[in-house]
Design a protein around this ligand. Structure first.
Ligand code: FAD
Length: 459
């Protein structure tokens, strides 16, 4: 662990966004005695989990001047992780209050339950009082040793303020990435990105091709099978001859990637199969996007790699005044937000010392080189996957926190395995009850819950 300094600074800090990352960042910064203003352009906390039936007017979200709808949540969405491992460490994601029937008690609850959990979290720690709602940050730039933050409220009134530090928590599931499909410009069908998908009605009786088969692709294709004539999933991670009917429905097929699309409406897959399709749904992920950030070109986003960033959090030349919470993916998101936030708060107060700028840059360069040597594409720079335990435990060590619990890591590993191998049933069928028991016993031991849930006592 980096040596602790004796002098502890209390700084004036701006947090951008009141989603799951911004909320815990605000809590940790205040715990460390900083004064905090959270800027949130929406009218409530929760970020991505604030469902709206509205979507953007441009179904592929290509128009840079479009009206932005932040959330990418669809109506049927349930979490893709078991709730025990998904929550913040000291505020577990258990049904609250335990006897409230209106809450979703399932292990993989609906998006409404996640929002309710985040609202509970904000209420419990009185975070709302730090948030300036309906206030969008439009510019962040260095001003001497400090940071200028320009924001605009819902009346269009702009305000410039100076902060000692800025913590960026603006989320990264709002700016869609669209797959390049040969021939698409003359293909006559409709296209939509999963960011703008809410309910399946518009696909009634259609033949639909869904590109992408990770969490959203797997969910949305199944959602659509209920109303569509046929649904075909195209995935670039499948071998080129892939062609199979998927279990759980009689109109869903899995293919390799699309080879080309044509003026007559046909879609040719790499496996040689051809379908006449009405719509393509792009479940192809998102781009990091910081339209408000001006660092004179120091921080760039290239092929979805945000850099340079030390451990995905601190830009070496601007640390610790500027930091990013929540960039890595394929990991325990809320748990990571909590650890990263504690690290940022402690680095700002001086309780934890960061390495010199040169040392941080060396680390960034070595990290890029290692990823490249393993053949990882640049766009996967922030994908943790198998590296998450090392990363999360390393941050925990910096702040003197215990490493992540074994049950937590085992739950996410098992959860991802089930998602990949039984995408139709993974939320309702599992074989790791022992990990649920371990998790709840752990919560009980730490007095984070007052008793074991009745279902556990019965089993
Ligand atoms: P967000 O929740 O997106 O919050 C960002 C906030 O910043 C928003 O409130 C936004 O309004 C605000 N904002 C943005 N720009 C500005 C600005 N300029 N000025 C002011 N405010 C601004 N994770 C899980 O752990 N479990 C799951 O089951 C899961 N399912 C997911 C399903 C989908 C479809 C997607 C897309 C993601 C899922 N995730 C899941 C990942 C999820 O994104 C994270 O869990 C987490 O909610 C992201 O939190 P965040 O605070 O980083 O971003």
């Amino acid at each position: 662990m980096a040596p602790a300094r004796t002098r502890v600074n209390s700084l004036h800090v701006a947090v951008i966004g009141a989603g799951a990352a911004g909320l815990v960042a605000a809590r940790e910064l205040r715990r460390e005695n900083h004064s905090v203003v959270v800027f949130e352009r929406d009218s409530k906390v929760g970020g991505l989990w604030v469902y709206t039936p509205n979507s953007e007017p441009d179904p592929l979200s290509l128009d840079p001047n479009r009206t932005i709808v932040h959330s990418s949540v669809y109506d049927s969405l349930r979490t893709n992780l078991p709730r025990e491992c998904m929550g913040y460490r000291d505020f577990p994601f258990v049904p609250r209050p335990e006897d409230d029937e209106s809450r979703d008690q399932r292990r993989y609850p609906s998006h409404r339950e996640v929002l309710a959990y985040l609202e509970d979290f904000a209420r419990e720690f009185k975070l709302g009082e730090m948030v300036r709602f309906k206030t969008e940050v439009v510019l962040v730039e260095p001003e001497g040793q400090k940071w200028k933050v320009q924001s605009k409220n819902s009346d269009g009134i702009s305000k410039d303020e100076i902060f000692d530090a800025v913590v960026v928590c603006n989320g990264h599931y709002t700016e869609p990435r669209v797959a390049h499909v040969p021939g698409i410009d003359s293909w006559p069908g409709k296209q939509i990105h999963s960011h703008n998908y809410r309910v399946p009605d518009q696909f009634k009786d259609q033949v639909v091709v869904v590109i992408g088969n990770f969490a959203s692709g797997a969910d949305i294709s199944r959602d659509i099978t209920g109303v569509a004539k046929e649904v075909h999933i195209a995935s670039r991670s499948n071998p080129s001859m892939t062609y199979s009917k998927l279990p759980g429905s009689n109109n869903l097929w899995l293919h390799s990637m699309i080879e080309s699309v044509h003026e007559d409406g046909s879609i040719v897959f790499q496996n040689g199969k051809v379908v006449q399709a009405d719509t393509i749904v792009h479940c192809t992920g998102y781009k990091y996007h910081f339209p408000f950030l001006n660092t004179n070109g120091y921080i760039t986003v290239e092929d979805n790699c945000v850099g340079p960033l030390y451990k995905h959090v601190f830009p070496p030349a601007l640390a610790p005044g500027l930091s990013f919470i929540g960039l890595p993916w394929m990991t325990l998101q809320f748990f990571m937000f909590e650890l990263q936030s504690k690290w940022v708060a402690a680095a700002l107060s001086g309780r934890v010392t960061l390495p010199s700028e040169d040392k941080m840059m060396e680390d960034v360069t070595a990290y890029y080189a290692k990823r490249e040597a393993y053949g990882q594409p640049k766009r996967y720079t922030h994908r943790l996957g198998g590296g998450q335990v090392e990363y999360l435990n390393w941050i925990a060590e910096q702040i003197g926190a215990p490493p992540g619990e074994q049950w937590r890591y085992q739950e996410i590993d098992g959860g991802y395995y089930r998602l990949a191998t039984q995408s139709d049933t993974f939320r309702d069928k599992w074989d790791d009850d022992h990990l649920i028991v371990e998790a709840y016993e752990d919560f009980l031991r730490q007095k984070l819950i007052s008793s074991l849930p009745s279902q556990l006592l019965e089993s």
